[in-house]
Design a protein around this ligand. Structure first.
Ligand code: ZN
Length: 181
């Protein structure tokens, strides 16, 4: 855990320099409004989001609970923040055309659940199931038009299926929890 934290801290710091140019283009982070609304929906007090995550492991994001005075923080890949920021800024125009926004929303919701009091928050499968269940509420809270919500759910389901094909340990959570989908 300590080793991982150091590696990620170092990676994020290095990338911050490399991507400083993007900050001017509005890629500095997740919009505070977006962050607050996701936190509210997931039932957490708040969290920081660092959008410069670029793990060699191929992971998309990682969540660290508040620890020793440091706030809870999610590290995630730049495209995830960019996709959700853009959908929010443009009032979701065109956001259902590709699965990218839904996938990004699923990842951020998943990480927020890891930081929440949800009983399955330390289990990947249960967290993933809860993220799928919560996704429509998160989309609505971020202003997604009602008629777009089923499409976002469909895309999120496809992203989930793809994830499970690659990482089977993320699958089957809904069956286990009895939530059923
Ligand atoms: Zn997870």
């Amino acid at each position: 855990m300590a080793g991982k934290r150091t590696l990620i801290g170092w990676t994020a710091g290095l990338l911050l320099v490399a991507t400083a140019g993007f900050a001017a283009a509005g890629n500095a982070g997740l919009l505070p409004d977006v962050r607050t609304r996701i936190a509210d929906t997931a039932g957490i007090r708040g969290f920081d989001v660092d959008c410069t995550y670029n793990a060699l492991s191929g992971g998309l994001a990682v969540a660290y609970p508040a620890w020793n005075g440091a706030p809870a923080r999610v590290y995630t890949r730049p495209w995830i923040c960019t996709a959700v920021n853009r959908a929010y800024r443009r009032s979701w125009r065109g956001a259902d055309r590709t699965g990218k926004t839904a996938y990004a929303l699923l990842v951020l919701t998943h990480e927020a659940i890891h930081l929440s009091g949800y009983p399955g928050a330390r289990d990947e499968r249960l967290t993933e199931c809860e993220a799928l269940r919560l996704l429509p509420a998160v989309a609505r809270r971020l202003g997604a038009p009602e008629q777009m919500v089923p499409t976002l759910e469909m895309w999120a389901g496809q992203a989930h299926a793809k994830l499970v094909r690659e990482y089977p340990s993320y699958g089957g959570g809904c069956e286990d929890s009895g939530a059923g989908r």
